[in-house]
Each structure stands twice: as C-alpha cells, then as structure tokens.
Write a protein that binds this ligand. Structure first.
Ligand code: SAH
Length: 396
C-alpha cells in the first residue's frame, strides 16, 4: 500500500524542508490517495520530492502535522516510543528531574517533535493533553508507550477548550488508563510540598513552567514584603514565605485555586502568608488607594491574547498591571513581570516595563531575562513554541 501524498503548491516547500511542523491548508495544492483524517501522509514538493512524513487532518487549518524528515519511517508505535524516549532522556538524564514525587513536563508538543501532545508527570500520575486529532486518535497506543516508559499508576486525559472545534475531535476529561488521581495528590518542588488537582485544576493541574523562576525570585525575598498577583495555588508566594519573606499576600480570582494555596501553606508550615480572592486589577487599585507598599511584586497573569486581533487589548492589560505594580513598589523594590502570551514578545514586555517606569517617574533596571524551566524547551525549527517570558527588575 502506498502512502497517500500531500502535494505542496509551487515554492511553498522551504519552511518544511526547514523542519517546521505545521502545514497550513493554504500551502497545499492537492491530496492524492484519499487519506482518512489522522492517517499518515507523505508531504512532497510541487516537483514531487519527499519533504517529510506527517499526519493528515482535513478538518484542521493545520492540514498536516509533520513528525519525521526521514523517508520511509512510519509513524507507528515504535516511532512514538522513540520520540517519548528522547523526551524522557532530557528530563531524566540531562535535567535530573525524575525524583519519585517530582512534577515535570515529560513531553511538550512541537518542542519535543510531538506536535499536538503534552504529557505532564505528577508523582505516580500522568496528565496527557492532545491538541491534534492524529495523536488523539492514537491515544491508546500512546498510553501504552507511556506505561512502558514511565510506569505510572494512572494516566488522566485533560482537554483544552476550543481544541475539539479546531481539530474536529471529540474528547472528554477522564482516566485514560489505571487508577484515577487521588484528591490529595502532591508533588515536591524545590523542597516544597505542592498539592495538584490534576483532574480539575487549570491546564493539567499546575504551572510547572515557572519552577525555576519561583526559585530565582525566592532568593530575593528574605525579610521582604511580597505581593504575588495571580498566585494560583500559591506558586511564587509559597516559595517567598519559605525563603523567609516578612509577609506574603497572594491574590487570585479562583477560589478553588486559593483553597489549595491555603492547604499548601499549611502543609509546608508556612506563616505570614495570606490569600485574597479578588480580581487583580481591582485589588491592586484598592491597595494603591490605601497606600500599601511591597518590596517584591510578582505579576503572573494568564494568557491575555489567543490571536493577533486580541493583542492590542492584551497590551493594555499588561500596561495597566505594570502601572499599578510600580505604585505599590517601595524604594529599591523588585518587580517580576511574567508573560505567557506567545504573541507578545520579550521586546514588547520590556517596552511596557520601561514605559511604566517613565510614567511612574522611577528609574528601573532589568536584572534578569528568564524563560520557562528547561523541561519546556523550544525546538530550534519551531520558535513559536517559546511563550513564557519572566523579566526581573529593580525599581529605584
Ligand atoms: N503564578 C502561578 C500561576 C498563575 S496562572 C503559579 O506560580 O503557579 C494565572 C492565574 O491567574 C490563574 O490562577 C487564574 O485563576 C488567575 N486569574 C486570571 N484572571 C484573573 C484576574 N483578573 N484576577 C485575579 N486572578 C486572575
């Protein structure tokens, strides 16, 4: 049986020879051999030269996701096993993240040459997210491979809003294999015990990407008054309290997240830390009104824009947050500006920080430009997978 072919329009093959994994419908001239959605296809240039092997989906704007640039490689179980082995080797052999009660990202979609799949490990449980129909259709095979490679007690499927429509795949959250995760599932991160609600928490339950940034910021917190805006289940604030902050205030709009945050503080015997359920924009304005001051302010808002049209409004949101934060920062204060909106660049973020400093009539120095922890790498050939920026500055 010959593999169906997706033939590119003239002069459209360059990005794919450059190993970018997304073939949008607009680049495709025609499809030969009527592949089913999710089936393996060969991507070929207009001149019929093999480019790469991928999985087809007529229902998605990304008509083909590419996985291998070797001709004749089939995208079978052995292939996915090899891809996951590579991903696991980074986390275990290079980064040494594999303690029994650790939390880390096992596989990160394009960044691990597995476009459309995220796997996070929380102790003995795995959370899996599919954002591509081709991989979602292979979920049982992939679960088997994950069992071989990581021997979890359970694998739980988490779905992302909107993916069903984008990819034409119907999925529901629930156990994919094994035992469901316990209600008190906890990981240990840099010596802190953190409860993770894998089944119902945001994303797959926890923001693993901020691990190193939390530790970096904690070093600046001993003896300080710390404001952790958008704290989720405690995040930066727990680290600050453990590092010996004089006082920590965490703010988030999610009551379930704050319930875990309070339990996390108790589980780690932390004192001087409190949490407020509130809209950050409103609450920061209230704190400004009563002239509260902090020595460290962390801003870690959610993604503000999913598409280009939403970027101007998102920039306004970041600007407002920075204006407020500068008013709350005491002399020689530390500002931590996180931005996980991929469409907003480091340059944009630094422009916002600089503008807020000028408006606030403060001198500001950038101390560190940070990204996500290394279990969230960026594939050199798909730079779009870099999304998280974390700029640490000193405000005089
Ligand atoms: N800093 C956290 C991760 C933050 S994720 C950590 O280290 O784990 C972003 C958080 O912002 C989510 O918890 C979400 O509930 C919260 N959020 C979103 N919009 C908000 C708003 N307007 N006011 C307060 N919290 C908000």
């Amino acid at each position: 049986m010959t593999t169906p072919k997706v033939i590119l329009k003239p002069s459209r093959a360059k990005p794919f020879f450059g190993r970018h994994p997304w073939v949008f419908a607009g680049a495709v001239e025609r499809v030969d051999g009527s592949p089913a959605d999710g089936a393996e296809v060969d991507l070929v240039s207009h001149g019929d030269n093999f480019v790469a092997r991928g999985l087809f989906n007529s229902l998605s704007k990304i008509q083909v996701r590419l996985y291998s640039w070797d001709q004749g490689v089939s995208l079978d179980r052995a292939f996915f096993r090899d891809r996951l082995d590579r991903a696991v080797r980074l986390r275990h052999d290079v980064l040494k993240l594999n303690a029994p009660d650790a939390g880390y990202r096992v596989a990160f979609s394009e960044s691990d040459f597995l476009s459309g799949m995220v796997v996070d490990r929380y102790g003995d449980w795995l959370a899996v997210q599919f954002t591509a129909l081709g991989l979602a259709n292979r979920r049982d095979e992939i679960a088997e491979v994950l069992r071989e490679v990581l021997q979890p007690r359970g694998i739980y499927l988490r779905t992302e809003k909107g993916v069903g429509k984008l990819e034409g795949v119907e999925q529901h959250d629930g156990p994919l294999w094994g035992e469901p995760p316990p209600a008190d599932l906890a990981i240990v991160e840099n010596g802190l015990r953190v409860l993770v609600n894998l089944a119902e928490g945001q994303k797959t339950g926890y923001y693993l990407d901020q691990r190193d940034n939390r530790a970096a910021v904690a070093r600046l917190c001993p003896g300080k008054r710390v404001l952790d805006a958008f704290c989720y289940t405690g995040g930066f604030g727990l680290y600050a309290a453990k590092a010996g902050a004089a006082e920590v205030l965490g703010i988030d709009a999610s009551e379930p997240a704050l319930e875990l945050a309070r339990r996390n503080a108790a589980a780690n015997d932390l004192s001087g830390i409190s949490f407020e359920t509130a809209d950050v924009f409103r609450h920061l304005a209230d704190l400004v009104a009563v002239r509260r001051q902090f020595d460290v302010v962390v801003l870690d808002p959610p993604k503000f824009a999913r598409n280009r049209a939403a970027v101007p409004e998102a920039l306004k949101g970041y600007r407002r947050l920075h204006q407020l934060a500068l008013k709350l920062l005491a002399k020689d204060g530390v500002l931590v500006s996180c931005c996980c909106t991929g469409l907003i660049t480091l340059q944009d973020l630094e422009d916002i920080i600089a503008q807020a400093a000028v408006e606030g009539r403060r001198d500001l120095q950038i101390l560190e430009r940070r990204g996500p922890a290394a279990d969230h790498p960026v594939a050199a050939t798909c730079r779009e997978s870099g999304y998280l920026k974390c700029v640490v500055s000193r405000v005089l």
